[in-house]
Design a protein around this ligand. Structure first.
Ligand code: HEC
Length: 100
């Protein structure tokens, strides 16, 4: 239990840092991902970032996930829709498609 709390505290501390970052307009999806997401999301051994099912492997879902977050993942409200599209496209290009 204590370890879980420490992990959560560490995640929240990390989240506080990355939420301040606003990308340059010319930043690529990869650069933004490295700056804001990579601290929590490391690629698997096969280089894949996520395993996304059909419901999640699309811009609408990913843009919303990034801008709204979840109870464990920070919300990145500062990203423009251009930024979101760049990041989500990068995520889809570097993820596996899950069976379901
Ligand atoms: C502070 C840590 C943290 C940061 C920073 C973070 N995430 Fe997450 N992310 C999580 C956690 C924890 C989960 C699993 C729980 C969940 O789905 O909300 C997750 C889940 C996801 C998922 C799985 C989709 C789903 O709904 O199942 C995607 C895709 C994702 N993150 C993308 C991103 C992107 C893109 C960024 C950068 C803009 C980012 N995350 C930044 C912690 C983080």
């Amino acid at each position: 239990m204590m370890q879980r709390l420490l992990l959560l505290a560490a995640l929240l501390t990390l989240a506080a840092c990355s939420r301040d970052y606003s990308p340059e307009p010319q930043a690529t999806g990869e650069q933004i991902f490295q700056a804001t997401c990579a601290e929590c999301h490391k690629p698997a051994n096969n280089g894949s970032l996520f395993s996304l099912n059909a419901e999640k492997d699309n811009l609408a879902y990913l843009n919303q996930k990034i801008s709204q977050g979840s109870w464990l993942m920070p919300a990145f409200k500062q990203f423009s829709s251009d930024d979101l599209t760049k990041i989500s496209t990068y995520v889809m290009e570097h993820s596996d498609i899950a069976e379901q």
